[in-house]
Design a protein around this ligand. Structure first.
Ligand SMILES: [Mn+2]
Length: 402
């Protein structure tokens, strides 16, 4: 029996209000389905956050329907556990329930632990346990009833566990405990499972823990710059895992996704150097025009910055680059967000104010002033009373040259 393990497809995610960005996520999910068909898998296991939110727009339903139908036409099963992004509210239903109702997938776990027994080609039982984000604690706290220790078991879990944080960020067990991250190695169930198919962490991670294989395939797209780059600022490739349940063992391998949109990190001495480095991208071949994160070591005048912005806009128009995520300068901790050519997505005054001022408290104060909840005198008094406010405001004015 062959299984494909995928997670965090975040269908419906739409950054910068760009329809192409929304399409990116469907494209790569479509590639996942094509891989499942090409690899002749029997089953797809989705470890959660299939959808970006619990109320996706109509086009998300349409594209998802088309892709899941390709799998059903090939008799490939599709099991999913609900992630934090698709847990239904009290009134709202989960989009997962719609696809289950029309028979295109099976929700293995929403509010309860799920268990499904399949027969493999040797006539043996293969047990699949599901733990949605809502009840994932049970994997770490409640022992499952086990009659036959030989049965091959796979767990599908949406939860962030401690081990990758220890490996990637050097967290100690105590730090995990403070943040309430469970440890796989202390689960009473780990030894009953051959493969733990995880979702939630957007960066690929795999390890062997007390004899079981634990894998996060990672998200199928980098949703923000924090999950786009490794410690050397190289783009982190995205993967699904192919699992073979053989006679006596489980074999697994990552398979790289080729349709993911790349992110490129550009570090430049100054604006001129940045323009040169970015122009040279037009000679490179990318699957799709990349998203850029730019870091400039020396801050110069606004004229140089304008030249850079003009050059960037030209390259966006020529489709050499897709989007500038951000431009930051070495002497600043806070990246200056790139707002030119920004669509009107989720235009909310609060969001804009927080972006511009880079500080929630100040943004709220200004908001109150705009809404006429406080008058000019009160605003000035608040600023005068609070030295922190005043310092922050000074810093903002210096940085943005308002
Ligand atoms: Mn996620």
């Amino acid at each position: 029996m062959r299984i494909l393990h995928v997670a965090d497809t975040h269908l419906g995610h739409r950054r910068w209000n760009l329809p192409e960005r929304e399409k990116d996520l469907y494209d790569v999910f479509d590639e996942v389905a094509d891989i499942a068909i090409e690899e002749k898998v029997d089953l797809v296991l989705h470890a959660g956050d299939m959808f970006d939110k619990s109320d996706p727009p109509p086009q998300t339903y349409i594209r998802t329907y088309e892709i899941l139908k390709k799998l059903r036409d090939k008799n490939i099963g599709f099991y999913v556990v609900a992630g934090n992004h698709e847990v239904p509210g009290t009134i709202k239903d989960s989009p997962l329930s719609f696809f289950e109702k029309i028979g295109l997938l099976k929700i293995l776990s929403l509010r309860d632990v799920g268990r499904e027994v399949l027969k493999d080609e040797y006539g043996r039982d293969l047990e699949i346990y599901g733990y949605s984000k809502k009840i994932s604690r049970k994997f770490f706290e409640e022992k499952i009833p086990v009659k036959d220790r030989e049965t091959i078991r796979i767990a599908l879990i949406h939860e962030l566990v401690c081990e990758p944080m220890r490996d990637y960020l050097g967290w100690t067990e105590n730090m995990c405990r403070e943040r309430e991250l469970p440890m796989l190695s202390s689960s009473p169930n780990i030894e009953y499972f051959s493969y733990i198919a995880l979702g939630d962490l957007h960066i690929r991670w795999e390890n062997k823990i007390r004899g079981s294989i634990a894998v996060y395939p990672g998200s199928t797209e980098a949703l923000n710059k924090g999950e786009a780059f490794d410690e050397n600022y190289n783009f982190i490739d995205r993967y699904v895992y192919i699992i073979d349940v053989l006679d006596k063992e489980i074999r697994y391998r990552p398979r790289r996704l080729t349709k993911t949109r790349p992110w490129i990190y550009i570090e430049a001495k100054d604006h001129r150097d940045a323009i040169m480095k970015i122009q040279s991208l037009s000679n490179k071949k990318f699957v799709k025009p990349p998203i850029l994160v730019i870091h400039i070591l020396r801050r110069e005048g606004s004229l140089e910055r304008e030249r850079l912005i003009k050059e960037l806009n030209d390259l966006v128009d020529k489709n050499v680059i897709f989007k500038i995520d951000s431009i930051s300068y070495a002497e600043e901790e806070r990246p200056v967000s790139y707002s030119i050519k920004e669509g009107a997505e989720g235009f909310s005054l609060d969001k804009v104010l927080t972006e511009v001022f880079g500080d929630r408290e100040i943004a709220e104060l200004i908001r109150d002033f705009i809404d006429e909840k406080i008058d000019e005198k009160t605003l000035m008094n608040r600023l005068r009373e609070d030295k922190d406010f005043l310092d922050k405001l000074h810093k903002i004015i210096r940085e943005t040259r308002l």
